[in-house]
Ligand binder design. Structure first.
Ligand SMILES: [Zn+2]
Length: 396
């Protein structure tokens, strides 16, 4: 497995002294975070910074309460080095998953371990009412949490401009050009980051679930829609307009069904849970939601099996396109569809293998992700940590 080189983020060309210091601070913190326990000498080797600079920066991190000394490591001849580790509880992070039916939130520590979780049903709210519900969820989560809050990471469906913290378009919530980051930041006085839900799911895999972080990885979330988060060079790639990974609306066929985006034959019209529930419901009216679809699929209902296999095949063809475009060797599947069972996964793998260039497909691993239920809100937290502490390097 290839792993991301340590130093990913680049400094602006005309960086001020303060920017350089902050940048180096993040490099040092990330080196400690990634290794659980490491010495000043090893950090210097990993980051290319001088021993003196590393010592100064570590002192600041110790004073800031972000890291602590946890004893001595093995000696390599001389004096045994003092080991440093990040204090998981040093800061708490709030992650929000603004889903289509339910808004879910959690307070997590710096290792992504959930301290408390709350959720509120959307009950058809949209527009300003949905924003009010976000505030109510934040208020609920804040009650009784006494650790310093690093910030609030928000993940929402739709097109998101992360650099501006603006939801450009979330159809289900009737939000367009909503400055959600500023609204939350003004009200609570903490840093806020806003990301697309599939991109957040990718960050969760990268930050909290991979001991060896692949440099390149695509995390595909199959729920009501189909979306991907693309990790390139160890960082989330968001594209020029933050919309990278909107694979659900790439064309599968020229004469397919009408998609909710207005086009015809998008991948989502076959491969999404929404499409599968609709198609299986035509076969058996008792199938009307994701839970009944999953139950029928696992029970081996032949009509449902055909629907699920067709959906898996469509996704596999979409993945073949990604393999050909990016030559990414790690494809990770998350979202409600992973509960459909092994036949769905087999159909995805089969179609990807037979549709992609054989030499490229042979080296590609398609697997089920580890972060599932909490993937999006953990990813929202990871996005905030990335922006505030540089733990997974900076923005695109
Ligand atoms: Zn579409």
């Amino acid at each position: 497995m290839t792993t991301a080189p340590m130093i990913q983020a680049r400094l602006p060309e005309k960086a001020t002294h303060q920017q350089t210091r902050a940048f180096n601070q993040q490099l040092v913190l990330r080196a400690i975070y990634d290794r659980d326990a490491t010495s000043r000498a090893e950090i210097a080797r990993l980051t290319g910074l001088t021993r003196t600079t590393v010592s100064d920066l570590v002192t600041e991190l110790l004073q800031g309460g972000l890291v602590h000394e946890i004893g001595r490591g093995p000696s390599s001849g001389g004096k045994a080095p003092i080991l440093l580790s990040v204090i998981a509880e040093a800061r708490h992070v709030m992650g929000l998953d603004l889903g289509e039916d339910v808004f879910r939130g959690a307070i997590v520590n710096l290792r992504g371990e959930t301290v408390r979780a709350r959720s509120l049903p959307l009950d058809g709210r949209d527009g300003d009412d949905a924003v009010e519900l976000v505030f109510r969820l934040i208020d609920l989560l804040r009650q009784g949490d006494d650790r310093p809050l690093l910030g609030i990471g928000v993940a929402a469906p739709g097109l998101i401009d992360s650099s501006a913290g603006v939801v450009r378009s979330a159809v289900n919530l009737d939000w367009s050009d909503l400055p959600l980051g500023r609204l939350i930041g003004d009200r609570y006085g903490v840093p806020v980051s806003v990301a697309n839900d599939s991109q957040a799911a990718a960050l969760a895999e990268l930050t909290f679930h991979r001991r060896l972080r692949p440099a390149n990885m695509v995390v595909i979330r199959v729920g009501r829609g189909v979306g991907a988060g693309i990790i390139l060079g160890g960082q989330l790639f968001q594209g020029d307009g933050s919309g990278a990974g909107e694979i659900g609306h790439t064309p599968l066929s020229a004469d397919g069904e009408l998609c909710r985006c207005g086009n015809v034959g998008c991948l989502e019209t076959v491969a999404s849970m929404r499409a599968m529930v609709a198609a299986a419901g035509r076969h058996d009216p008792a199938i009307h939601d994701e839970a009944s679809l999953i139950a029928a699929s696992r029970a081996g209902d032949p009509g449902v099996r055909a629907v699920v296999q067709e959906a898996g095949r469509a996704l596999g063809i979409g993945i073949a396109g990604l393999i050909g475009t990016l030559n990414v060797r790690h494809i990770v599947l998350v979202g409600p569809a992973v509960a459909l069972g092994p036949e769905w996964l087999a159909a995805v793998r089969d179609a990807a293998r037979t549709s992609a260039l054989p030499l490229l497909a042979r080296d590609t691993l398609i697997e089920i992700g580890r972060a599932q239920e909490d993937a999006i809100l953990l990813g929202a937290s990871a996005h905030l940590m990335t922006e505030q502490l540089g733990l997974v390097a900076g923005r695109h």
